[in-house]
Ligand binder design. Structure first.
Ligand code: SAM
Length: 289
């Protein structure tokens, strides 16, 4: 090829890898991982183990959240230079609560072919065994780690008519369950721990029973939590004061959570609703969380 001839770009493969059981890798994924010029991996040491298991010796380069923008432009250059690249994350499907979106976005912008290698993802794996008849679900991924932000998110979802799917780490599962209990009440839920692994644990039950279980045991492993919708009850009240009183008398939400919810529902500032709530509930301000 002379310098003047245009090279055609390589292909970017987005490759799903197992979330536990290595037998869950697809034949297509194995073939492509062996054929590409380069594998971009969230953690190269982790992916090296997977590749060694399947006797694949394709070179690896790191691609993780903190370096996503810089690394994505380097990879785009190589793709434009006709190299083919596969992106993998530590487990499951890249881009699903994992890095990938920046690279995929740039690839589309540069007319580079993007090919998904479909396969495992914890969200679909959990839902496949949750036995929910509702045909819809809302995937939230990780709830915010900061408690106040988490409670703001949860209060905004109280009336959502769909099952809510959360990812969570062992360190934070208790906090998430406690906040769900305090904002949404004791809902029906599905707990999927260590999916496809030796200590897989699948349970249907109430949030309070999972909270008890989580408090009593060592929470090793990774979790998907599916929270079913609550019974929809229409709040009654012609103005903010009446609505505040209705929530006080008909729910177990704290004054702060009622303020968060009504501020979101009515498009008012939270401090404005909070001040009004203090007045209506005849309470003193609580410390900030
Ligand atoms: N990209 C992945 C996917 O497609 O599912 C998700 C990556 S995210 C960083 C990791 C989270 O996914 C974990 O904290 C956990 O909530 C969930 N997860 C991953 N593997 C799991 C497993 N084997 N069992 C239960 N949850 C899992």
């Amino acid at each position: 090829m002379t310098d003047k001839e245009e090279k055609s770009p390589g292909t970017l493969y987005i490759a799903a890898t197992p979330i536990g059981n290595l037998e869950d890798i697809t034949l297509r994924c194995l073939r492509v991982l062996g054929d590409v010029d380069l594998i971009a991996a969230e953690d190269t040491r982790h992916t090296r183990k997977l590749l060694t298991h399947f006797q694949i010796s394709t070179p690896l380069i790191s691609y993780y959240r903190e370096k996503e923008a810089i690394r994505a432009s380097q990879l785009i250059k190589r793709l434009l230079d006709s190299e083919s690249i596969a992106l993998v994350s530590d487990a499951g499907t890249p881009g699903i609560s994992d890095p990938g979106a920046v690279l995929v976005g740039l690839a589309h912008a540069n007319n580079i072919r993007v090919v998904p290698l479909s396969g495992p993802s914890a969200v679909t794996t959990a839902l496949s065994v949750a036995g929910l008849t509702n045909p819809h679900f809302l995937f939230l991924g990780f709830a915010p780690s900061k408690k106040s932000q988490r409670r703001t998110l949860l209060t905004s979802l109280i009336d959502a008519p769909w099952p809510l799917v959360f990812y969570e780490s062992p360190r934070r599962i208790e906090g998430l369950l406690a906040d769900i209990m305090n904002t949404m009440g004791d809902r029906n839920a599905f707990w999927a721990r260590e999916l496809t692994k030796s200590y897989e644990e699948l349970k249907k039950g109430s949030i309070s029973s999972f909270l008890e279980h989580a408090t009593a045991t060592t929470n090793r492993g990774e979790f998907v939590l599916v929270v079913e919708p609550g019974e929809s009850v229409e709040a009654e009240g012609a103005n903010l004061s009446e609505l505040l009183l209705w929530y006080r008398d008909n729910t177990s939400l704290s004054l702060k959570d009622v303020s968060r919810k009504l501020a979101g529902d009515l498009g008012l500032s939270r401090s404005q609703v909070y001040q009004k709530a203090l007045h209506v509930y005849k309470k003193k301000a609580e410390p900030q969380s």
